[in-house]
Design a protein around this ligand. Structure first.
Ligand SMILES: Cc1cc2nc3c(=O)[nH]c(=O)nc-3n(C[C@H](O)[C@H](O)[C@H](O)COP(=O)(O)OP(=O)(O)OC[C@H]3O[C@@H](n4cnc5c(N)ncnc54)[C@H](O)[C@@H]3O)c2cc1C
Length: 455
């Protein structure tokens, strides 16, 4: 998720809620020493997926001396955390990039390990009606859309942002701004539910501001914190296709092999569950399958372009109809290479994903030329990298978001089945940290503890 955690009046109101909800949340996740007391010595747990949630679940099981294996479909760990160390003179995050909030678990991990992180203080600009505006200059009609911390100005009716805008007289020229305002939420303005998104945001308990890594990536933090201690328990290239929990022992099928377990924690992305890639025996209840389908997850992409001069220095531009969020990827990094990033989700991401790569780059450059008076094409080195998460076979998109009519779907998704099959992963987070790394970690911890308490 990429959202600026703004320091404003709304945030102050939320902070009061955070204090209340945050303390509740912490107490729910308290890892007291007795969690593993009733777990039999020969108990075996299988964790499906080696993203942030699966790795953290594994680490906690390991800390409690519980026998476990992580089955990961792809040939690497990290899931939606991925880095590129060759494109430029600093490592690039191809998935998650920002630590959202000074209270996030990952902020704590980074600071306690002495990892150099810094607050993102780049400047926000807006591209609207072929003109660049500063935050102070943007027409007042867009105030409710400037960062979804302010969405609660939009009312309680469970409707999409687009429907709200149409009902409130916004015309087509404002649609790119609408998409930009929900780009960080992960869905299209047609689909994101205003009050459901607000409800999630009001439960936010990770604190203020966004932070970036100076010399490392988000992948490095998660990998170095979690993987070394559990590396031997991870099996790569093991896509799980079946979980048979008919009998006492659960039989998990992955890549032609079968594995036996007493408990299973499923952490695969929502899209994998929606595609019914994994056969559950007995089948999931219709209530569970409906909940899975009710939560949103759309395309998501990162694109980095290399230029000869830094004509976009320290600037973020929201509101493009090709790219809803362009940013100076090197802002605050020890780098002399001008790299412009595009972070895009929803309809815009799907449109770019459907194009030939060369056409997508041409469309991005054409829009940047409009915004920056032709400087993009004039200074482009011809080098880019693109990470299209919709085309990652075991991810399938960006991250979960709140849809119209979703109700308590996240809660239903997270419910264990028969005290044997447990569900973690960012989409199962119910306290506002869905679609973040810290949220994924928190769900991994939650389900590792639930598994230990289930014996
Ligand atoms: C472009 C983008 C930008 C983002 N930016 C940020 C950000 O700045 N800050 C932030 O906090 N968050 C951000 N996020 C969100 C964050 O990356 C995710 O919320 C988090 O990494 C999800 O972790 P997870 O463990 O729930 O899922 P994943 O990381 O997706 O892990 C699930 C794992 O399950 C595996 N798997 C799938 N199917 C199977 C199967 N059948 N069998 C076995 N394994 C399987 C997958 O390969 C994957 O490794 C971003 C995400 C994207 C895509």
């Amino acid at each position: 998720m990429q959202l600026k955690k703004r320091n404003n009046m709304k945030l102050m109101a939320c902070t009061i809620l955070m204090v209340i909800f945050g303390s509740l949340f912490k107490s729910c996740n308290k890892n007291d020493d007795n969690n593993s007391a009733n777990v039999p010595d020969n108990a075996k747990v299988i964790v499906i997926g080696a993203g942030a949630s699966g790795l953290h679940a594994g680490k906690i099981l390991n800390d409690n001396n519980i026998d476990f294996t992580i089955l990961e479909a792809s040939n690497t760990v990290g899931g939606r955390l991925k880095k590129n160390s060759t494109f430029t003179d600093f490592p690039l995050d191809m998935g998650a990039e920002w630590i959202h909030g000074n209270q996030a678990l990952t902020h704590q991990w980074a600071t306690s390990q002495g990892i150099d992180i810094y607050q993102d203080q780049s400047d926000d600009y807006f591209w609207y009606n072929n003109q660049v505006y500063t935050e102070e200059e943007i027409p007042e009609t867009f105030y409710p859309l400037l960062g979804y911390m302010m969405f609660d100005a939009l009312g309680d009716t469970d409707q999409s942002l687009k429907n709200w805008a149409i009902a409130n007289g916004y015309d087509e020229s404002s649609y790119p701004m609408l998409e930009a305002s929900v780009n960080g939420v992960g869905g299209s303005a047609d689909n994101v539910s205003v009050p459901n998104a607000i409800a999630g945001e009001q439960n936010w308990s990770s604190g203020e501001n966004d932070y970036k890594f100076k010399n490392q990536t988000y992948f490095d933090l998660i990998h170095n914190t979690l993987v070394p201690q559990i590396e031997e328990n991870i099996i790569l290239n093991a896509p799980v296709t079946k979980i048979d929990y008919t009998n006492d022992k659960i039989i998990v099928t992955a890549g032609g092999n079968t594995y036996e377990a007493d408990r299973v924690i499923v952490t695969v992305p929502l899209k994998i569950l929606q595609a019914e890639y994994i056969e559950f025996v007995p089948a999931l209840s219709s209530n569970k399958q409906q909940a899975i389908n009710a939560i949103g997850m759309e395309a998501g992409m990162k694109v980095y372009l290399k230029f000869n001069t830094n004509f976009f220095e320290d600037q973020n531009i929201s509101g493009g109809s090709v790219g809803p969020y362009y940013y100076d990827a090197g802002h605050g990094k020890p780098s002399s290479v001008p790299i412009l990033g595009l972070f895009v989700t929803g309809t815009n991401a799907q449109e770019l994903s459907d194009m030939e790569e060369s056409d997508a780059i041409a469309a991005i450059l054409a829009e940047l030329d409009l915004i920056y008076n032709g400087q993009a094409t004039a200074n482009y080195t011809g080098e880019y990298i693109m990470q299209d998460w919709a085309k990652e076979p075991f991810v399938g998109g960006a991250y979960s978001y709140a849809t119209v009519g979703m109700g308590n779907a996240r809660e239903v998704l997270a419910e264990p089945i028969n005290n044997k099959v447990f569900f973690a992963g960012e989409a199962t987070h119910q306290n506002g940290h869905n679609s973040t790394v810290q949220g994924a970690l928190e769900t991994g911890e939650r389900e590792a503890i639930n598994v230990m308490n289930s014996f």
